[in-house]
Design a protein around this ligand. Structure first.
Ligand code: 6PG
Length: 252
C-alpha cells in the first residue's frame, strides 16, 4: 500500500470523530509552525457536523490556532448561504460561529450564483491568492476534509459527472445527475495537490463503496470518484468507524 495512505478505524462514529479531531488539531499546529498559517477546506453533508461541533469545544477549540486559519469549502449546493441545505451554514452553525477565526479568513462558495462558472473561476482565484503553491505548482491546502456518499461521490464529484474529468480548473460546476442540480466543487487536481486529505466516513451504508475505494486494485478504486483522490505529494488518511470498515480488512 502506498506509504502516504493510512487508514484508522474507530470503534464507533464518535470514536472516529474524536480521532479525526485530534489529527486536524495536530495538522493545524504543524502547518502554522511550518508556514505561519493553516489552510483548511471543509466538507459538507451530515457526517462532519458533529466533528465540527467537537472542534468547536475545548480542548480542541483551544488547541487549534484559529487566528492563523483560512477556511474554504470543498463544495456547495445551489442554495443561498443562509439556507438549511447550505454547507457554509452548517459549518457556521456547528463551528465557525463559535471559534475566534477572523471573518475575512472564512471563504464561502457562492453556490447559488447566477453565473456558476464565473463564480467558480473567482473562487479558484481566491484560493490561488491565499494559498502557497505546492510541489506541482498548484495551490496546496494544508488539509482538505472530505466525506463520501454511498455511491462513492466526494465533494460534489459524482459518478458520471463531467467535473470528474476536469484536468486544469481548480474549481468547477458539477452537474449532479442524481439530484438534477448544479453545484460548485473542488476538482481532483486541486484535491490531489493538498498536503493532507482526510476522509471521515462512517456508517454501514458506506461500507460497500469504501471497500472499493480502499481496494488494492487501483482500477477498482478508480471506478468511484472518492477512489480517484490520490494526493500527488501529500498524505491520504481515511478515518472510518467499524460499520463503514466492515467489508475491509481494517479493524479498530
Ligand atoms: C455535500 C458533501 C458531500 C458529502 C457526501 C456524504 O455537499 O453533501 O460535500 O460530498 O460529503 O454526500 O454526505 P453525508 O455525510 O451526509 O453522508
Amino acid at each position: 500500500m502506498d506509504d502516504r495512505r493510512s487508514i484508522i478505524v474507530g470503534a464507533n462514529a464518535a470514536d472516529a470523530r474524536r480521532l479525526a479531531g485530534q489529527i486536524i488539531a495536530t495538522t493545524a499546529c504543524e502547518a502554522v509552525g511550518r508556514h505561519g498559517q493553516f489552510t483548511l477546506a471543509l466538507a459538507g453533508g451530515t457526517t462532519p457536523r458533529p466533528l465540527y461541533e467537537f472542534l468547536a469545544a475545548p480542548p480542541l477549540s483551544e488547541a487549534i490556532p484559529w487566528q492563523d486559519t483560512q477556511v474554504f469549502f470543498g463544495d456547495e449546493r445551489d442554495v443561498p448561504a443562509d439556507h438549511a441545505d447550505s454547507n457554509f451554514r452548517m459549518a457556521q452553525d456547528a463551528l465557525l460561529g463559535s471559534v475566534p477565526i477572523r471573518l475575512e479568513n472564512v471563504h464561502p462558495m457562492m453556490g447559488d450564483a447566477d453565473d456558476l462558472t464565473l463564480a467558480a473561476r473567482r473562487y479558484a482565484e481566491q484560493i490561488i491568492r491565499i494559498l502557497p503553491q505546492g510541489p506541482d505548482g498548484r495551490p496546496s491546502f494544508d488539509l482538505i476534509i472530505l466525506g463520501m456518499g454511498g455511491d462513492g461521490h466526494t465533494a460534489s464529484l459524482f459518478p458520471g459527472s463531467t467535473a470528474l474529468d476536469e484536468k486544469a480548473e481548480l474549481v468547477a460546476c458539477a452537474d449532479v445527475p442524481v439530484l438534477s442540480r448544479r453545484r460548485m466543487t473542488f476538482t481532483l487536481p486541486l484535491i490531489n495537490a493538498a498536503a493532507n486529505v482526510l476522509f471521515l466516513v462512517t456508517g454501514k451504508d458506506k461500507a460497500e463503496a469504501i471497500a472499493k475505494v480502499l481496494s488494492s486494485d487501483p482500477a477498482v478504486a478508480a471506478e468511484l470518484p472518492a477512489g480517484r483522490v490520490r494526493p500527488t505529494h501529500g498524505k491520504l488518511l481515511f478515518v472510518l468507524d467499524e460499520d463503514a470498515a466492515r467489508q475491509t480488512p481494517y479493524k479498530p
